[in-house]
Design a protein around this ligand. Structure first.
Ligand code: ADP
Ligand code: MG
Ligand code: MG
Length: 252
C-alpha cells in the first residue's frame, strides 16, 4: 500500500518583492485507496500545496518533509515524482503547442511505465477511456490544451489520470468551470479510477458540489496555509451550510 506522508510542510513562493511564505506547516497522510478532500477559501494555498507536491520550480520548500513509502519526494525531480506515481491535474492546465493529445499521452505513459505501451492495446485503451469520458475521437489529434474549453481541459486531465494509473492523484479544482453534465462525466472518471483501490486521491476544491458525486473518506479544511480541521464527509455538509467564515476570521 503506497502512502504519501506530508509532515510540517512549509513553502514559500518567489513573489516580485521577494519570497513569501504560503504553506505554514501542512500535515497530511494519504494512503492508496483513500480519498481526501481538501477544501478552503481562495488564496489559502491549496494550489501551492498541489504544485509543491508535483515539484513546480516556483515553489521553495523551506521546511518539513514529504515521503512516498518512505522515499524522499522533495529530493526527486518532477519526472522522478511522476515515475514514482504522483500525478497532478492542474487547476489551470497549460498549452503544449505542436504536441497532439495522442502523442502526449503515449510519451507520458512511456516515461512512467519505463517502456512504450504496445501500440495495438494502447490505441484500444485510449479509445475506451475517451469514450467513457464522452470525448470525440478527433480530440486525440488536437494540440494539448490549445483552444480547449474549460470542460475539455478537465476531461483531458481525467483521461491522463485513467491512462497513467498513478498511486497518488492530486486533483486541483477539477470541478471548476464544469457544467452539470461535464461534472458528472469527470466525477465518474475519478470514481472509476478510485474503485480500483489502487489510487490515493487528494481532491482539492473550493465548492462542495463535486462531493455529491465523489464521496470523500476524509475532509480537511484548509485556511491560511495549513489544515485547520479534519473530519469525515459530514464536515463538507457543514461547510456547505456555514461557509469558511469561521476559519478565516481573525486570520492566522
Ligand atoms: P488557492 O489555490 O487556495 O486559491 P494559491 O495556492 O493559488 O491558493 O495561492 C495562495 C497565495 O499565494 C495567494 O495569495 C497567491 O497570490 C500566492 N501565490 C501563489 N502562487 C504565486 C506566485 N507564483 N507568485 C506570487 N504569489 C503567488
Ligand atoms: Mg484559487
Ligand atoms: Mg487554487
Amino acid at each position: 500500500m503506497a502512502t504519501l506522508e506530508i509532515h510540517d510542510l512549509h513553502v514559500s513562493v518567489d513573489a516580485e518583492n521577494g519570497p513569501r511564505e504560503i504553506l505554514k506547516g501542512v500535515d497530511l497522510t494519504i494512503k492508496q485507496g483513500e480519498t481526501h478532500a481538501v477544501m478552503g477559501p481562495n488564496g489559502s494555498g491549496k494550489s501551492t500545496l498541489a504544485y509543491s507536491l508535483a515539484g513546480h520550480p516556483k515553489y521553495t520548500v523551506t521546511g518539513g518533509t514529504v515521503t512516498l513509502d518512505g522515499e524522499d519526494v522533495l529530493e526527486m525531480s518532477v519526472d522522478e515524482r511522476a515515475r514514482a506515481g504522483v500525478f497532478l491535474a492542474m487547476q489551470y492546465p497549460v498549452e503544449v503547442p505542436g504536441v497532439s493529445v495522442s502523442n502526449f499521452l503515449r510519451t507520458s505513459a512511456t516515461a512512467i511505465r519505463g517502456e512504450a505501451p504496445k501500440l495495438r492495446t494502447w490505441v484500444k485503451e485510449v479509445r475506451e477511456a475517451m469514450d467513457q469520458l464522452s470525448m470525440d475521437p478527433a480530440f486525440a489529434e488536437r494540440n494539448v490544451n490549445e483552444g480547449f474549453s474549460g470542460g475539455e481541459k478537465k476531461r483531458h486531465e481525467i483521461l491522463q489520470l485513467e491512462l497513467l494509473k498513478p498511486k497518488i492523484a492530486i486533483l486541483d479544482e477539477t470541478d471548476s468551470g464544469l457544467d452539470v453534465d461535464a461534472l458528472r462525466i469527470v466525477s465518474e472518471g475519478v470514481n472509476r479510477v478510485r474503485s480500483t483501490g489502487d489510487v490515493g486521491t487528494l481532491l482539492i476544491t473550493h465548492y462542495t458540489r463535486i462531493l455529491r458525486y465523489i464521496k470523500p473518506d476524509y475532509v480537511h479544511v484548509f485556511a491560511n496555509g495549513r489544515i485547520v480541521e479534519s473530519g469525515g464527509a459530514e464536515l463538507a455538509d457543514q461547510l456547505e451550510n456555514e461557509g469558511y467564515d469561521k476559519y478565516v476570521k481573525g486570520g492566522a
